[in-house]
Design a protein around this ligand. Structure first.
Ligand SMILES: NC(=O)c1ccc[n+]([C@@H]2O[C@H](COP(=O)([O-])OP(=O)(O)OC[C@H]3O[C@@H](n4cnc5c(N)ncnc54)[C@H](OP(=O)(O)O)[C@@H]3O)[C@@H](O)[C@H]2O)c1
Length: 345
């Protein structure tokens, strides 16, 4: 059955997803029997478009490239009306992350569930601030809340824990969850000042104009909160995660770590200690022999500590247009697979 998709937010990730879907249309059908149409897009900047039979995406892309606006099939719906009134089965929530109150994404998710539509999202807000509420609302309406892209973009972290590691007890998850800070620390190790490394990260598009969310550890804290709730299964509020960023790390600290055969990393971790969850983000001197010490530049990595397999580390992209677009595709394919009759899946 053809999957009908609506996109809420059509920035980097939304356009990355549209590109992947277009380029891989034949391959996805041939290998997975997956076919789709994008029936609606609602974006703050471009407006809203809707066609119940599927939008002509070539036309949509050429319109925004030439005029910066959607024009054909234009509606005067906002995002919430689009979610409510369009005929999509799945809403891809790709608007901005707000870690204060989760809006507007929380309302987008709630509206989708109440309209019996699945949510696929890379937006950390709803997952970090209200995972259990969102999951129960989705369950109540018999739809899915899919969030693989919220931690390490398309690198499978949440799916690794629930899929290939099923049957293992995971006692800790520890990792480098923010590419910007890892890039800055890597540059500082090769002699650059914090200020120059940050400026370079901004020029390369890793850090935003306001880098606070990255350098103070807030982005990593949201991911740690998601890991605590989803992987460890322990209810954890974002303000219960101890958090310290990298702004206090000096050139002297970097040299001192080197002298001790170690290097500084911003480590996010969740761990069961005496039956209680401990969750934190802080700079840590990691021995050069630890797998996380070798993770340089904007790359991310997490190590799962398990009872049956010991430590398992996964390394990969933590951001990017195509990398995060892939996380959305992966969840869309999972929904498609679940909707197949059993003998075909
Ligand atoms: N880019 C990545 O590598 C990456 C990685 C992991 C997770 N994520 C997360 O994925 C989500 C999308 O990221 P992105 O990089 O695509 O962001 P983006 O480039 O800023 O795009 C977001 C788009 O959503 C629009 N928007 C904002 N509020 C909206 C609303 N209420 N209704 C409809 N559209 C709205 C924005 O319009 P305006 O610009 O006019 O506000 C913008 O066009 C974010 O939550 C982000 O944190 C991104």
């Amino acid at each position: 059955m053809e999957q009908k998709i609506a996109l809420i937010g059509f920035g980097t990730v939304g356009q990355g997803l549209a590109e992947i879907l277009k380029n891989k249309k034949a391959e996805l059908f041939e290998i997975y029997g997956y076919s789709y149409t994008i029936v609606a897009i609602s974006d703050m900047k471009f407006g809203t478009v809707f066609d119940p039979d599927g939008l002509d995406m070539e036309k949509v892309m050429s319109e925004i490239q030439s005029t910066g606006q959607f024009s054909s099939n234009r509606m005067d719906w906002d995002a919430v009306e689009t979610i409510r009134f369009c005929n999509a089965d799945v809403i891809c929530e790709l608007a901005f992350t707000n870690l204060k109150d989760g809006e507007p994404a929380l309302t987008h998710c709630t509206t989708a569930f109440q309209s019996r539509k699945h949510i696929v999202t890379s937006n950390k807000g709803p997952a970090a601030l209200a995972y259990h509420q969102m999951k129960s609302l989705a369950d109540k309406h018999n739809v899915l809340f899919m969030i693989e892209g919220t931690v390490m973009s398309g690198t499978p972290v949440l799916n690794l824990a629930s899929g290939p590691l099923a049957g293992c007890q995971i006692s800790a998850v520890k990792g480098i969850l923010n590419g910007t800070t890892n890039y800055i620390l890597t540059q500082m190790e090769s002699g650059m000042s914090y200020e120059s490394a940050l400026q370079q990260a901004q020029e390369l598009g890793y850090a935003e104009a306001d880098p606070t969310g990255d350098v103070e550890g807030y982005d990593a804290r949201a991911k740690v909160t998601i890991l605590a709730n989803v992987v460890m299964g322990v209810p954890c509020r974002i303000d219960e995660v101890d958090c310290k960023g990298i702004t206090q790390i000096t050139a002297k600290d970097i040299e001192s770590a080197k002298a001790q055969g170690a290097r500084w990393k911003l480590i996010g971790s969740v761990e069961m200690v005496d039956g209680k969850l401990s969750a934190s983000v802080h700079p840590e001197m990691v021995s050069l022999t630890h797998p996380l010490a070798g993770i340089m530049g904007a790359v991310n990595a997490v190590t799962f500590t398990t009872d049956l397999l010991g430590d398992v580390t996964i390394v990969g992209a933590g951001a990017g247009k195509i990398e995060t677009g892939f996380s959305i595709l992966n969840d869309l394919l999972a929904i498609h697979k679940l909707s197949l009759p059993e003998d075909l899946s």
